[in-house]
Design a protein around this ligand. Sequence first.
Ligand SMILES: [Zn+2]
Length: 385
Amino acid sequence: MQASSRMLPLVKWLRPREAAMARLLGQFVRAESPSFDKAAVDRFGRIVEAEWRRRGARVTLVRQRERGDHVRAEWNPQGNRARGQILVLGHLDTVYGLGTLARMPFRVSRGRAHGPGAFDMKGGLVIALFAVDTLTATGRLPQKRIVFLWTSDEEIGSGTSRAVIEREARRSDAVLVLEPAAGLDGRVKTGRKGVGEIEIVAKGRAAHAGLNPEDGINAIEEIALQVARISRWNQPSRGITVNAGLVEGGTRTNVIPEKARVLVDMRAVRASDMRALDRKFRALRPILRGAKLQIHGGFNRPPMERKASGALYAKARALAKEMGVSLGEAYVGGGSDGNFTAALGVPTLDGLGAIGEGAHSPNENIVMRALPERAALVASLLASI
Ligand SMILES: [Zn+2]
């Protein structure tokens, strides 16, 4: 079969390198990189930079003052003859604070590699490096320029990286996101909800709860009424969720509270629902006479709609099949940087990273045996898009 001849050499070269992949993963996981610690993220970024330089990539650092520097590695075996660009996205940062490694050391046991960030998403960074290795070793050089962008603040909303990601995405023909796969069967992510956060601040009027309660306007009561109102906007069957996740207000029991606030997480499957929800929040008016409302925030990540992923997914599924792997797809509620690129209309396939479980938990781990296959899949996408 002619098709098998494309995929098999890649995976054949990778399978005996599982131990080498584990060693590199260990080195990456031991370099802790919590989003809020610039020095730590930069230390890890320099390790990643060195790996890419060793492979002949042109590496530039997108320097940041407060957050870690983003690492951009350009691998362009065709030079001036390159026909277009593919963007490969991932992040250097993890949700684990410095010192987590002491309780959660890197270890490989029973075929799983454990450690902070192993799954989300240092396994993905290892996959990218070995994808390039297998393409080089087998002489399957991509026709396009490949830009690997490893950002430093994905876990905290991508504040400093969003513009960089969007700039690269606009000049790319496709975006591959090496975030963790869904489920132990390794499904890729072809849709993600849009995600936003709204703060509602209520201002009332303080008064003594016993002496002159009639002069007071209870801001907590106003917030409670608003929470009851917005909770009715939930439409799970349509993929719309609204969750009041944090409330604050008041000073003491005998004071009618002057101020209260609520933070709300909102998600939607469709961009049109996202905009409608945003408008509804902005149109909120006080319920209690004399109370005032302020609305802050909005959607941070637009939805990743399946139309941006469908064709790439079909291609990935066909390639996986050549290895005897059946590649499924998943729709997930969590956002990633793939949301930004898909919203620009650039074909985006997410969840191409490691297979594992327990992201953001003490049990975070990846399935080692699947790493060579994932690297082969990414490699063959790079060579055939
Ligand atoms: Zn991630």
